[in-house]
Design a protein around this ligand. Structure first.
Ligand code: DGJ
Length: 756
C-alpha cells in the first residue's frame, strides 16, 4: 500500500514500511525503513546542525538522511546521480516538483512484476533536467529505479545513475557481500561496516568475483533475530555498490550499474536498472525468505513460476568436445533407463568445434559428429522418451570461424585486446548483431523440437570499444551491450515460450536477478564437487531460491577438485535445487545405476518440494550444515558433515518451517553400510585376516552386509524446531553397534518429515 502525502510518503509491503518526506527546501528526506508501524506521524529525524558542513538554505545534506544524492551540494557520502550539465558543471541539486502513481518500468531493462508504484519528480535547480524516482512496493520488497529526463534544450552527459540509495541511522552494522571466482562462487565476506566498503564488478558482467547482493545487519542479528537490510540489483552488466559510514555515523548504501558516460541529447531520457531493497526483523532467515519469495513471484516469468523443471543429463563432464551421435544416443538410452527427462548436448556439437579455440559463431551441426543433425537426434531421443536440450554460446565468436571471417568488425573492442577463453565478444549494442544472435538461436530452435537451451557466456568484457559509435560515445558501449542482450533474450523467450532457457556463464559468472527475469534458472557453478557445492549453494541460497539453481551429480574423483565424495551426498546436495546428472552414465556400476534410479524416483515423487519448497538453514558451522525444504504437508532435511568427529555426541538437528501445533514423523533415509568402509578395522572381528583391498576383503564385503537403522520418531513441530532431534546414530570410533550409520568424510543423510 502506498500513502501519498508530501509530509510523509509511506510504502507498505507485507511486513515492512518505507517512509520519506519532502523538506521545506524540496529535498526528499529519508525517514524510515523497518517493520510496519501503526502510524508514521512521529518518525524520528535524528539530525543536528554539524560544524564544518555545507548548507542548502536550512538543510544540511551531510547530516541528513536522503532519498537521492548528487555531487556539488555539500554531501560527502557516495552519490547516486552524477550528470555533466550543458555548461560543463557537475553540481546538481534536485528539488521536489510533484508525485503521482505510475505503471512505468525502466525501458529495455528487466523489471519486477506487480505491486504499486509511486513516482516522485524532482527538478534540477538551474536547468530543466528532471530526476524521476520510482518506488514499487511488491511482495516484501521496495523496488527502486530512476530516470533522468533532459528537457533543457541541450545535450547533457550521464556519468552515474544508480538505482537505489538507502540512508540508515547511526548503528553498529555488519556488511556481508558475496565474492569468489570461477568454480568457487558466492563466498560470503562479513565485515564491520566502517569507512567505505565497495562491492562491484568492472568486468561488464555481474560476475562471480562479486555478486550484486549486499546484506547489512545489526551487530546482534543472527539467523532468526535482529534487523537485516538487503539490496540487490536487476542488472547483468558491471555494477557498483558502496556502504559508507559518514563521520557522523550515518550509513549510506548506494547500488546500481557501473559508472558510464552516456550522451543524453535534448528531449531524451535515460533509465537506471531496478534495485530491490528488503528489510527483515527476523534475522537472515527472514531476509532470505523475503528475497526467495520476491524472485519466485516477481521476477520469474509467470509461465515458469510453478512449472516443474525436468531432470537433465548433460553431456559436458562425460563427453566434453568428443561427442558423437552414437555416444549421445548411448547417453540418451542410459538417461531414459535412470528416469531422466532431457539430454542436453553441451559444447562441441557444431561444425569445426574440436576444442575451445575455434568455431564459436558457426551454429550449424557438425555432420560428422551428428549426422542428420538435431532433427534426427531429437526424433531418436523422443523414441526413448527423452527431450533434447542444446548448449549455445551465441554472444561470442572465435577468430577461427566463418562468422569472424565474414564479420570481423562485429566484435566488441579492438582486435588486439585481452582475450578470454580464446574468443571475442560480439558487439550486442548493434542492431544487426542482435538480429544475428537472435536468428542463430531461433534457427536451431525452429529446426527441431528442442525443449531446453543452456545459454553459456565464457568471458568477461574487457575492451568495451565499438567502432559503431563515435569517440564521444564510447562510454555507452558496456551498457548498450547489456541492453542488446536483454533485447535478444526478450525476443527469444517471447517467441519460444515452451523452451526452458538456463543461464550459464562459465557457471555462476552472470547469475543476477536481471537474467532471471528472462531465464528462470541458471547453472550456478562449474564446480560440481559435493563439498565445494555445499559452500557455493549455501552462498546462493542467501538470495536465490532452489528453483533457480541447477545442480548436477557428477563423477568422482571430481573433475574440478579430484575429490571423491559418496554418490548419495552428491545427490543430497543436488536435490536441494534443480537436479541433473553430468557424468558418463555408461561407466556406472549396476549398483550405482540402481542408486541413481532410486534417487531420481525419489526426486520425482517429491518434485514440488525439492524445487519450490521453502528453504531453511538451521545449522551452518564450519563442519556441518542442515538445510530444509518445507511445504504445507511435507518437509525434507539434509544433514551434511564434512569431517565426522571421533568420540563425539550426536548432533542435535533443529527443524524449521513446520507447523508448531502439528505432529510429524521424522525418518532418516538409511544408506548402505559397506564392510570396505571399515578398512583393516574388520580384522578386530574377522575370523581370518582380511588384507585391505584384497579380493578376499572385497568378497567379504559382498557377503557381510549391515543395515543402517533409520532414525524414526514422532514429535510436534514445535518440539522439532525448538528442542530438535538427534542425528542418526553413527559410528564414532568408540564402539560399534548393529544398525549404526557409517559416516565418512563429506557424508550426508536425508530426513523426511510427514504430518500425521
Ligand atoms: C562453461 C560451462 O559452465 C560448462 O558447463 C560447459 O558448458 C562449458 N562452458 C562448455 O564449453
Amino acid at each position: 500500500m502506498i500513502t501519498i502525502d508530501k509530509s510523509c510518503f509511506v510504502l507498505e509491503t507485507e511486513r515492512t514500511a518505507y517512509a520519506f518526506a519532502i523538506t521545506a527546501q524540496g529535498l526528499p528526506r529519508h525517514l524510515y525503513y523497518g517493520p510496519k508501524l501503526p502510524d508514521y506521524s512521529a518518525l524520528p529525524i535524528p539530525q543536528a546542525t554539524v560544524g564544518g558542513a555545507a548548507f542548502i538554505e536550512g538543510d544540511q545534506p551531510e547530516s541528513m538522511a536522503q532519498e537521492c544524492s548528487a555531487p556539488g551540494w555539500g554531501d560527502s557520502a557516495p552519490y547516486m546521480v552524477s550528470l555533466v550539465l550543458p555548461d560543463g558543471g557537475t553540481a546538481c541539486s534536485f528539488r521536489y516538483v510533484h508525485c503521482e502513481r505510475s505503471d512505468q518500468v525502466p525501458q529495455g531493462l528487466p523489471h519486477a512484476q506487480g505491486g504499486e508504484t509511486l513516482k516522485i519528480v524532482l527538478k534540477e535547480q538551474s536547468w530543466d533536467v528532471y530526476l524521476e524516482l520510482y518506488y514499487t512496493a511488491v511482495e516484501d520488497a521496495i523496488v527502486r529505479w530512476c530516470r533522468v529526463v533532459n528537457d533543457c534544450g541541450e545535450a547533457i552527459r550521464v556519468r552515474r545513475l544508480l538505482s537505489a540509495q538507502l540512508d540508515l541511522p547511526r548503528g553498529d552494522y555488519r556488511l556481508t557481500t558475496y565474492r569468489g571466482a570461477w568454480a568457487r562462487e558466492m563466498t560470503p565476506l562479513t565485515q564491520p561496516l566502517h569507512g567505505a566498503l565497495v562491492w562491484d564488478s568492472s568486468f561488464g558482467i555481474s560476475s562471480s568475483r562479486c555478486n550484486t547482493l549486499a546484506v547489512v545487519s545489526h551487530a546482534d542479528a543472527n539467523e532468526h533475530e535482529g534487523s537485516v537490510w538487503c539490496t540487490n540489483l536487476l542488472y547483468s552488466g558491471g555494477h557498483y555498490g558502496c556502504a559508507h559510514e559518514s563521520p557522523f555515523g550515518r550509513v549510506r548504501l548506494v547500488q546500481g550499474m557501473a559508472d558510464l558516460d552516456w550522451l543524453l541529447p535534448a528531449g531524451e531520457h535515460f533509465d537506471s536498472p531496478q534495485a530491490a531493497l528488503f528489510y527483515a526483523s527476523d534475522g537472515f532467515a527472514g531476509a532470505r525468505q523475503a528475497m526467495h519469495r520476491f524472485v519466485e513471484r516477481a521476477l520469474i516469468a509467470p509461465a515458469w513460476q510453478q512449472a516443474p523443471r525436468p531432470i537433465v543429463v548433460n553431456s559436458w563432464e562425460s563427453l566434453y568436445f568428443r561427442l558423437s551421435r552414437a555416444k549421445l544416443l548411448q547417453l540418451g538410452k542410459e538417461a531414459a533407463a535412470i528416469g531422466a527427462e532431457v539430454l542436453v548436448v553441451d559444447d562441441g556439437w557444431f561444425i569445426g568445434r574440436k576444442d575451445d579455440k575455434r568455431a564459436l559463431g558457426d551454429w550449424t551441426e557438425d555432420e560428422k559428429k551428428l549426422p542428420g543433425g538435431f532433427p534426427r537426434l531429437q526424433a531418436d531421443l523422443k523414441k526413448l522418451g527423452i527431450d533434447l536440450g542444446v548448449w549455445v554460446e551465441p554472444e561470442m565468436v572465435s577468430e577461427e570461424s566463418n562468422l569472424f571471417r565474414a564479420h570481423g568488425d562485429w566484435i566488441l573492442g579492438h582486435r588486439n585486446q585481452a582475450m578470454g577463453r580464446n574468443q571475442f565478444v560480439l558487439d550486442l549494442g548493434r542492431t544487426e548483431v542482435q538480429n544475428h544472435v537472435y536468428e542463430s538461436v531461433a534457427r536451431i530452435l525452429r529446426s527441431a523440437d528442442i525443449r531446453y537451451i543452456k545459454w553459456d557466456m565464457n568471458r568477461c568484457l574487457t575492451d568495451t570499444f565499438s567502432p559503431a559509435l563515435p569517440a564521444s560515445r564510447q562510454g555507452e558501449i558496456a551498457h548498450r551491450y547489456v541492453l542488446g542482450l536483454y533485447q535478444v533474450c526478450r525476443r527469444l523467450t517471447e517467441d519460444f515460450p515452451h523452451v526452458l532457457f538456463e543461464g550459464c556463464a562459465s557457471g555462476g559468472n552472470r547469475p543476477d536477478w536481471g537474467m532471471l527475469c528472462y531465464f528462470p534458472q541458471f547453472w550456478c557453478s562449474d564446480d560440481t564437487d559435493a563439498e565445494a557445492r555445499s559452500h557455493i549453494q549455501s552462498g546462493y541460497y542467501a538470495a536465490y531460491p532452489p528453483s533457480t539453481l541447477s545442480c548436477h551429480v557428477s563423477a568422482c574423483p571430481n573433475h574440478q577438485t579430484l575429490r571423491t565424495t559418496p554418490l548419495h551426498s552428491r545427490f543430497h546436495l543436488s536435490c536441494f535445487g534443480l537436479l541433473g546428472y553430468e557424468l558418463d552414465l555408461t561407466a556406472l556400476t549396476r549398483e550405482e545405476k540402481a542408486a541413481v534410479r532410486e534417487q531420481i524416483a525419489l526426486y520425482k515423487a517429491h518434485r514440488p518440494l525439492f524445487q519450490f519448497g521453502q528453504f531453511h538453514a538451521t545449522l551452518a558451522t564450519g563442519n556441518e550444515l542442515f538445510w530444509m525444504l518445507t511445504t504445507g504437508q511435507e518437509a525434507v532435511g539434509v544433514h551434511y558433515v564434512r569431517h565426522p568427529q571421533p568420540n563425539a555426541l550426536p548432533t542435535v538437528l533443529h527443524a524449521a518451517g513446520l507447523e508448531g501445533g502439528a505432529s510429524y514423523t521424522v525418518r532418516s533415509v538409511p544408506q548402505a553400510v559397506k564392510l570396505e568402509q571399515f578398512g583393516s578395522l574388520v580384522n578386530m572381528l574377522s575370523p581370518v585376516h582380511l588384507r585391505q583391498g584384497s579380493a578376499l576383503h572385497a568378497l567379504a564385503g559382498k557377503v557381510v552386509r549391515f543395515e543402517e537403522k533409520p532414525l524414526a520418531l514422532t514429535a510436534s513441530g514445535e518440539s522439532l524446531m525448538a528442542a530438535g532431534f538427534p542425528q542418526v546414530s553413527r559410528f564414532n570410533g568408540a564402539a560399534f553397534e548393529e544398525g549404526m550409520a557409517a559416516m565418512g568424510d563429506w557424508d550426508s543423510r536425508l530426513y523426511w518429515f510427514e504430518k500425521v
